[in-house]
Design a protein around this ligand. Structure first.
Ligand code: 13P
Ligand code: SF4
Length: 302
């Protein structure tokens, strides 16, 4: 039996479904039942009737699925696959901002731990951050943990005062504007599509800024045949499927999220067989963290 066949059989036996982010390796995306960006995956997790969800991504994604579906078993193929940015804000930062601005809304990017979500008022993803922040009644917003997405939102919603926390994604932060410029020189007809986690120099060069699914959808509709992509290289699997006629260029120092790449067919098989790495909700944070996620789903649906 191939590994793919083994996964298929185990999914049936365990009433399990595989959800995968666009950054995991192509062989994992190939066996997944659903592939998407963070928003799609968190929403999809609430719509499934299966008893077990195998979350092929980093731990905050599995944790969010568990918070939204406490009755389900959520398995992480590799419990060490973690997003460093998800930890990059302290409680003191949140408390200090709340003390200073009585009307403050604390908006946390979904790339955050359940504990951080429990201190916050609403979660957002890169697909809905601008709209959700724009529609909040509050003037003062503390946006955590990502400074780059926070700056992007602040530019799009100038009527709000957005207070920025200095967290970042190491992969997107270190992408160099010079490398994008070099690609633009080589491919002058190419459109530049980037993720809002990129640093300001890269965002300045973009024709389109959006979530992973936004980038894929944009390339799907564009009349151009060449694209410079400013996000993790895993998206090339979906991009090539969507636009087999087009060419995609990534920065020379290819952006790779080592944590996303920890998910393999072998560790998917292992957790399906053993039930290991089941996400456990922390009783102190689960309820308030779930509230911030549920608020996002409500506001994003409006
Ligand atoms: P998306 O929600 O755009 O898929 O982004 C998730 C992520 O981790 C980006 O680094
Ligand atoms: Fe986290 Fe960056 Fe990896 Fe996304 S690409 S999961 S933000 S480390």
């Amino acid at each position: 039996m191939t590994k793919q066949e083994e996964i298929k059989q185990l999914k049936q036996e365990k009433d399990a479904v595989l959800l995968a982010h666009y950054y995991v390796s192509p062989e994992v995306q190939e066996v997944a039942d659903y592939i998407g960006d963070s928003f799609f995956l968190s929403k999809k997790a609430t719509e499934l009737s299966n008893r077990t969800l195998v979350f092929c991504g980093v731990s905050f994604m599995g944790e969010s699925a568990k918070l939204l579906n406490p009755e389900k078993t959520v398995l992480l193929p590799d419990a060490a696959a973690d997003c460093p940015m998800a930890h990059m804000v302290s409680k003191e930062t949140v408390e200090a901002a709340r003390a200073k601005y009585p009307d403050l809304a604390v908006v946390c990017y979904i790339n955050s731990t359940a504990e951080i979500k429990s201190w916050s008022d609403v979660s957002v993803t890169s697909a809905n951050a601008v709209d959700i922040v724009r529609n909040l009644p509050n003037k003062h917003i503390l946006f955590i943990p990502d400074r780059n997405l926070a700056r992007h939102v602040a530019e799009q919603v100038p009527e709000k005062e957005i207070h920025i926390n200095e967290g970042y994604c190491p992969i997107h932060e270190t992408m160099k504007g010079e490398e994008i410029l070099a690609l633009k020189k080589e491919h002058p007809d190419a459109e530049v599509l980037v993720h809002p986690e990129c640093n300001a120099k890269v965002l300045e060069l973009a024709d389109y800024i959006g979530s992973t699914s936004g980038i894929i959808a944009y390339a799907g509709k564009s009349e151009k045949k060449e694209f410079i992509i400013g996000t993790e290289e895993g998206v090339s699997f979906a991009l090539k499927q969507k636009r087999p006629d087009a060419s995609f260029y990534f920065p020379k120092t290819t952006p790779v999220c080592v944590d996303m790449k920890k998910i393999t067919l072998d560790n998917i098989i292992h957790v399906l067989n053993t039930g290991e790495n089941a996400v456990a909700a922390d009783e102190n944070t689960a309820e308030p963290a779930k509230k911030t996620l549920t608020k996002m789903l409500e506001l994003a649906g409006k």
